[in-house]
Design a protein around this ligand. Structure first.
Ligand code: PLP
Length: 400
């Protein structure tokens, strides 16, 4: 058989998707697995947004749109950025993508030449390093531990930035830690980057509306106005607007950057789904009450998971201000042995033992670049979540 390109062997499938598939396979085989591994809200897309998608189909809005996105949606995005984020972008500074993954890839292709470095604070969303590598860049992982609330500090950013650095990835609220950066923290990071004019910032604001306790999300481009011309703001409809399956996102940046990203996307996706774009206009401009409703449900679950995790012997969790994950420190379990005799040498072993012995699916810290932790997603209803936390505690009590 002909050989595959080197790049094909370097790219790994998404480990979170792999874990969810494994949990689903076990469930199909008759095992009662509780999936604490889900990366999407368990709510449905808001009714008014669904109706806008259906209406688009019925009026035959089912053809290609402009490759960089349907004009009225770009206008709605510009309005949202102005209203909610205090950012002024014209329509030619906005591009619509088919999910944010493709936009990140296009953004890395746009600013990172082969061999150049991209700083990625860890824990990070699993796809960044692979997408950077796919674009020919070299990921530079900077561990950001529990002591800084899993956030990148200006000192660590300074140390990681070299003449080879072309970009920094910035994700707030963060998957998997739920960390949210304050305006001042962003300004302090931007002050470091002012000394490195070759460095772009690629932001990931996907979870902006999933925050608790009056936490305010400030877009990087807004807080770091001094370097705003080097910021590529990426946001998507998947999480905050409960539209994972619609595959829609957007980027906003300087005209040359957006033109390049749009040109790349035109070769990758042709155009985003017309139907999803029509629905997204409603998501941005229609009734927003679903945001608060979802926050209330998520907050109750977050409080349960954090409280139960901290009551579980050997575990420690911070209370995350955003997203729908808790990143649990399991350092005290490492080196010990589970009730069934499994040696827990690292967080991958922990997650494997939790799946096989406690029938709960979680995701190991190793895939997010910071160990020893595991990620619990609370995108499932309270009863199952409670059962899952009971199983976790029982597992902990069996550890020798
Ligand atoms: N960014 C973060 C931080 C995520 O958690 C995810 C999905 O899990 C994505 C991006 C990808 O989202 P999309 O559905 O827009 O491709």
């Amino acid at each position: 058989m002909s050989e595959l390109a080197q790049r094909a062997s370097k790219i790994k499938p998404s480990p979170t998707i792999a874990m969810n598939k494994r949990a689903a396979d076990m469930a199909r085989a008759g095992r009662d697995v509780i999936a604490l591994s889900l990366g999407e809200p368990d709510f449905h897309t808001p009714e008014n947004v669904k109706a806008a998608g259906i209406a688009a189909i019925q009026r035959n809005f089912t053809k290609y749109t402009n490759s960089e996105g349907f004009g009225p949606l770009k206008k709605a995005v510009a309005g949202k950025l102005q209203r909610q984020n205090g950012l002024n972008f014209t329509e030619d500074q906005i591009v619509i993508g088919s999910g944010s993954k493709t936009v990140f890839l296009a953004a890395f292709w746009t600013v990172v030449d082969p061999g150049r470095e991209v700083v990625i604070p860890a824990p990070y969303w699993v796809s960044y390093p692979d997408l950077v590598e796919l674009a020919g860049g070299t990921p530079v992982i900077v561990p950001c531990g529990q002591s800084t609330g899993f956030k990148l500090t200006p000192n660590d950013l300074e140390r990681a930035t070299t003449p080879k650095t072309r970009a920094v990835v910035f994700n707030s609220p963060n998957n998997p830690s739920g960390a949210v950066y304050s305006e001042k923290e962003i300004r302090d990071l931007a002050a470091v980057l002012e000394k490195h004019p070759q460095v772009w910032v690629i932001t990931d604001e996907l979870y902006e509306h999933i925050v608790y306790d009056n936490t305010r999300v400030v877009y990087f481009a807004k807080a770091a106005s001094g370097i705003a011309d080097r910021v590529i703001t990426v946001c998507g409809f998947s999480k905050s607007y409960v539209m994972t399956g619609w595959r829609l996102s957007f980027a906003a940046a300087s005209r040359p950057a957006i033109k390049a990203i749009g040109d790349i996307l035109s070769q990758i996706h042709g155009a985003p789904s017309s139907i999803a774009q029509a629905a997204a206009i409603e998501a941005l401009e229609g009734d927003q009450s679903f945001i608060e409703k979802n926050q209330i449900v998520f907050k109750e679950r977050r409080d349960l998971v954090v409280e139960r995790a901290n009551r579980t012997p050997g575990l420690h969790a911070l209370k995350p201000p955003g997203a729908f994950y808790v990143y649990v420190n399991c350092a005290k379990w490492i080196g010990r042995v589970s009730a069934s005799g499994r040696r827990l040498a690292n967080d991958v072993d922990v997650v494997e033992a939790l799946l096989e012995e406690a029938e709960i699916a979680t995701v190991p810290g190793e895939v997010f670049g910071l160990s020893p932790f595991f990620r619990i997603s609370y995108a499932l209803e309270m009863d199952r979540l409670r059962q899952g936390m009971d199983r976790l505690e029982k597992f902990a009590r069996g550890i020798q």
